[in-house]
Write a protein that binds this ligand. Structure first.
Ligand code: AMP
Ligand code: GLY
Length: 433
């Protein structure tokens, strides 16, 4: 099969790396890809929201299956464009329709979906400028901290958790006043859930599903989860507190009703569902849905799948996963993201990199993989090109050994301003429940 992966981050490098190992994969393309994907695939220039370029690439390269990495093209209707186009309608496609992508594109839509299908989530109400007075009295009924969410896509920044009631009321007004643009025209206010978070990943055909390895994400820039929120600084899989008993609850209470919900609501959904969950005293509650895989969770999760991912993706896109079985390695994976000094605020780009041979090659069986997130080739040299530069993954048994190996390898990687969190996995190593 000729395969096209859309996107340019570490997530897409990891997906491409896994797909490449399939016997079914003849030619692999990434649009736009990055210097990491260029090691294993043909990069095609263009943007993920540039639908005409994508169409041209699919036709010119006789692409059989498209795998969408980020949410944006899905929220903007790429799947629907394929379905409506004579030349593209038979191309297999991994990613939901525009309506399905609303699970991530609109928090209000996601909340209504969960309420309709009895899926456990925090109690909530949605408000607009017209209902501001009601929003204030709803906030007064809740206990601190207060959770305010811009309804629309806000580049991962649209959630505010605020201790003080008056400050919450002021922020509510800022959000409705355009702090996150039109994304804040509607604001979801919800109950604060106390617990520990885990990311669960599902591949669905809209009819049935496979569960991928779960992972824990480390979101903030600083150690001990302090400081500014980022796109994710590390990941660990498996997650000790997501044991068989907890995952059975997740499957019964959340995954099954979610897939049933797609059927009942007539939502065309063939693709990944990323369920952000809170484990509240052993019971799972949905914090959010995403219609894609997580980053950097994917860079850990992909390395733990022993079965043929491309075969699963083809089956999902064809609408029937009944013949597929997800095989998961007992070995764990730990991922640490190396960023540019200053991220998630101002940082420099174009800094020359070197040191580790894994920057240039990742063999399927090596214990260490370096996935590229924000790199570029300049004058024949590998340079930094983003805030999130690399996702380094190590596989093996036991978090302690994994941590030792990963930080040793990161020590070999050199570029000016390199920063990573040193505490990835530490909380799970010492986890007591
Ligand atoms: P989201 O953008 O929906 O992923 O939210 C960002 C982060 O805010 C989540 O990963 C959680 O850590 C936190 N969060 C969101 N909703 C809640 C909630 N209801 N209770 C506690 N924490 C939350
Ligand atoms: N790591 C969280 C996300 O991808 O949204």
């Amino acid at each position: 099969m000729n395969v096209l992966v859309l996107g340019s981050g570490g997530r897409e490098h990891a997906i491409a790396w896994k797909v490449k190992q399939s016997e079914k994969c003849t030619n692999l393309f990434c649009l736009p890809g990055n210097p990491g994907t260029a090691q294993i695939a043909t990069n095609v220039s263009g943007g993920v929201k540039d639908f005409e370029t994508i169409k041209k690439c699919v036709i010119e390269n006789s692409i059989d299956i498209v795998i969408v990495g980020p949410e944006d093209p899905l929220v903007f209707g790429l799947r629907d464009m394929f379905a409506a186009d004579e030349q593209l309608k038979d191309v297999l496609f991994v990613g939901p329709s525009k309506k399905g992508a609303q699970l991530e594109g609109s928090k209000d839509f996601a909340k209504e979906f969960m309420t309709r299908h009895n899926i456990p989530t925090a109690a909530y109400r949605s408000f607009t400028k017209e209902t501001l007075a009601e929003a204030d009295s709803f906030l007064e009924q809740l206990e601190a901290p207060y959770v305010l969410k811009a309804d629309g896509l806000a580049a991962g920044k649209g959630v505010l958790i605020i201790e003080n009631l008056e400050e919450a009321k002021a922020e509510l007004r800022n959000m409705m006043g355009g702090k996150f643009g039109a994304a804040g025209n509607t604001v979801v206010i919800e109950q604060f859930l106390k617990g520990i978070e885990v990311s669960v990943f599902v591949l669905t055909s809209g009819r049935d599903y496979l569960i991928l390895p779960e992972a824990k994400d480390y979101k903030r820039i600083g150690e001990g989860d302090k400081g500014l929120n980022t796109g994710g600084m590390g990941a660990v899989s498996p997650v000790v507190f997501a044991d068989a008993e907890f995952m059975a609850k997740v499957e019964e209470r959340i995954i099954k009703p979610t897939v049933e919900g797609f059927k009942k609501d007539n939502i065309d959904y063939k693709g990944f569902v990323f369920i952000g969950l809170m484990n509240c005293g052993g019971d799972p509650y949905v914090i959010e849905y995403n219609v894609r895989m997580g980053d950097p969770e994917t860079e850990a999760v992909m390395t733990r799948i022993d079965s043929d991912l491309l075969s699963h993706l083809v089956a999902a896109a064809k609408g029937d996963l009944s013949g597929e079985k997800m095989e998961i390695s007992k070995d764990g994976a730990l991922t640490v993201v190396c960023v540019s000094g200053g991220y998630p605020e101002e940082y420099k780009k174009g800094i020359e990199m070197g040191g580790s041979r894994y920057l240039y090659e990742n063999t399927p069986d090596s214990k260490i993989k370096v996935f590229h997130s924000g790199t570029a080739i300049k004058d024949g040299k590998l340079v930094t090109a983003g805030g999130r530069v690399l996702a380094v993954t190590v596989n093996g048994n036991g978090i302690e050994a994994q941590r030792k190996a990963i930080y040793a390898e990161i020590g070999n990687i050199s570029y000016e301003g390199k920063y990573c969190r040193r505490d990835v996995g530490l909380d799970l190593l010492n986890y007591k429940g």
